[in-house]
Design a protein around this ligand. Structure first.
Ligand SMILES: CC(C)(COP(=O)(O)OP(=O)(O)OC[C@H]1O[C@@H](n2cnc3c(N)ncnc32)[C@H](O)[C@@H]1OP(=O)(O)O)[C@@H](O)C(=O)NCCC(=O)NCCS
Length: 168
């Protein structure tokens, strides 16, 4: 079950994010940062629960849209609820909502060694691209060794998908 986050969800989102990104190099996004994102126009904040595992929300996704391009800022599912379909449910809902609001392409970056995320995004048809757009590069924690990806047609339904000249 996936739904849009409300202002009162900022603390929960921060807790989920901290649980998902707990490596020493990770910088958790605090409650204030989450509240700002929830309140920002053009930012999609989703919470999701794997209700057959735990009733409480255990996953989040945040994406920012500018005109017809969007960028996935973060996606995470708490360790206890992984491999239960929640990550896929969050991405599916985000794509529906972003497309409905006018996005034609979703950009994202993935650490080269992040096999779970790579497999998830590839299962939606995401393709590696040479660069990500500048307009939405304000993610709080850009990652090192990140691979830029963009969605493929299966991810966004039947609309034509913008492609970049510098694909590689
Ligand atoms: C990436 C992440 C969000 C996936 O969430 P999830 O709820 O476990 O994913 P799902 O159960 O919906 O799995 C969907 C698909 O992703 C792929 N996948 C997920 N976990 C995987 C793993 N550990 N190894 C290989 N493939 C994996 C599979 O293709 C899977 O489909 P399948 O179950 O039919 O085989 C989760 O592992 C996570 O939060 N990781 C830490 C944070 C992170 O790296 N976020 C992404 C930043 S770019």
């Amino acid at each position: 079950m996936v739904h849009r986050a409300l202002p009162g969800d900022a603390g929960l989102m921060a807790a989920i994010h901290a649980s998902c990104f707990d490596r020493p190099s990770d910088r958790p996004w605090d409650e204030a940062a989450m509240a700002q994102l929830i309140a920002s126009p053009g930012v999609l904040c989703l919470l999701g629960a794997a209700t057959h595992v735990v009733a409480a929300p255990a996953g989040l996704l945040i994406a920012r849209r500018a005109a017809d391009e969007a960028e996935l800022l973060t996606l995470g599912v708490t360790p206890a609820c992984r491999r239960s379909g929640l990550g896929r449910a969050l991405v599916t809902k985000a794509l529906e909502d972003l497309r409905a609001s006018g996005a034609a392409t979703l950009f994202l970056e993935v650490d080269e060694g992040n096999e779970a995320a790579l497999a998830l995004y590839r299962s939606f048809g995401a393709q590696p691209v040479g660069r990500a757009p500048d307009i939405t590069r304000a993610a709080p924690t850009p990652r090192s060794s990140a691979l830029p990806f963009q969605t493929g047609p299966p991810m966004m339904g039947k609309s034509p998908i913008k492609s970049h000249e510098d694909q590689r």
